[in-house]
Unconditional design. Structure first.
Length: 98
């Protein structure tokens, strides 16, 4: 559910910066990604739910706790950080041309 939530937030952020509809939802979305980043830093780059689920599983696969292909689960943070970086660059561009 958290993964789906952040996909929705990222989709909205792309929509908002491409259409130049920068509103309070954009800043709340970026803030939610900031909070998620802080949580990941605290838990040594792992989701706290994954840390908890590892106690109940002997699996070492990257996707043992999420219904994603293993390659996507393995590179999830890199992919989404890159996409968020693109959103931030587009946002900065939109702010500068105003």
């Amino acid at each position: 559910m958290i993964w789906l939530f952040f996909n929705g937030v990222l989709f909205y952020l792309f929509y908002a910066v491409i259409t130049n509809r920068i509103d309070h939802w954009v800043w709340l979305g970026l803030g939610s990604f900031l909070v998620e980043g802080i949580v990941l830093l605290i838990f040594k780059n792992s989701c706290p739910l994954t840390v908890w689920a590892r106690k109940f599983s002997a699996s070492t696969r990257d996707n043992f706790d999420i219904y994603l292909p293993n390659w996507l689960a393995r590179h999830n943070k890199t992919i989404y950080t890159s996409l968020l970086g693109v959103v931030i660059l587009l946002l900065l561009y939109q702010i500068m041309i105003r």
